[in-house]
Ligand binder design. Structure first.
Ligand SMILES: *Cc1c(COP(=O)(O)O)cnc(C)c1O
Length: 238
């Protein structure tokens, strides 16, 4: 099942790239494996998938510890769910990218733990671009001031923006949000160009698009799409 699903998702990514003249290599597919067993990750790994998204710290750590030593090539875990400050220490040296930074307090904690391990942590700012009350993330207005503060922290590299668009039946309804996130990223990049070229501000990643809307997100400039159900099937929560 995973094989067929991956082939289909891959074809849809390619088709979306073709529609807007983008190169397939500009888009990283993150297989969202939350709630799914490591046997399914192994299966996807055999098929070439290297990037996995997890929501819960404990689950990420367990899967990392089981798989990281066993696999021949690297596997990259992404923290895509809300992150509590007291859990940063468990994942800081196990994640490739934290997608969900939404406060200076969280960034300060990441700084502290990254500095202890002497590593530089790659992060994205989570933006609640549709301003939904139920969602985490900062508003568009808060992104630039937050980044300015984070740039004072030497062990954090700001790689871009992430959003979770509203749940919709028709993905076209999210097009304007994806467009907004891309414009915000471009805007902040241009504002900071003269900012004596801080090496820790890169802004090369736009993490947006899930099973229901990743094609529209790619058409609007996503460089990372997070696909769970479309690869691993429906999730059941107990
Ligand atoms: C669960 C989740 C996804 C994947 O959702 P699907 O609709 O199953 O593709 C993507 N991003 C985040 C932040 C998630 O929590």
């Amino acid at each position: 099942m995973i094989n067929e699903n991956l082939l289909e998702v891959e074809q849809r990514i390619q088709a979306a790239c073709d529609r807007v003249g983008r190169n397939r290599s500009e888009v990283t597919l993150i297989a969202v494996s939350k709630t799914k067993p490591t046997s399914m990750i192994r299966e996807a790994y055999e098929l070439g998938m290297r990037h996995y998204g997890e929501n819960k710290v404990q689950e990420l750590v367990d899967k990392y510890e089981e798989l990281n030593n066993e696999l021949k090539e690297p596997i990259y875990f992404h923290q895509i769910g809300h992150l509590q400050r007291n859990k940063v220490k468990y994942i800081i040296d196990k994640v490739a990218l934290i997608h969900s930074v939404d406060s200076l307090r969280l960034a300060l904690q990441i700084e502290e733990e990254a500095s202890k391990k002497n590593i530089i942590s790659d992060i994205l700012i989570e933006v609640n671009i549709a301003e939904e009350e139920t969602k985490f993330g900062v508003t568009a207005d808060q992104v630039q001031p937050l980044i300015e503060e984070i740039l004072k922290l030497p062990h954090i590299r700001v790689r871009g923006l992430m959003t979770i668009a509203p749940f919709v039946e028709n993905p076209e309804k999210n097009r304007m949000y994806f467009k907004k996130l891309r414009e915000l990223n471009v805007d902040i990049k241009s504002k900071n160009i003269d900012n004596n070229g801080n090496d820790n501000l890169i802004l090369d990643i736009l993490s947006m698009g899930m099973t229901g809307d990743f094609e529209v997100a790619i058409e609007e400039g996503a460089t990372m799409v997070r696909v769970g159900t479309g690869i691993f099937g429906e999730r059941s929560y107990h």
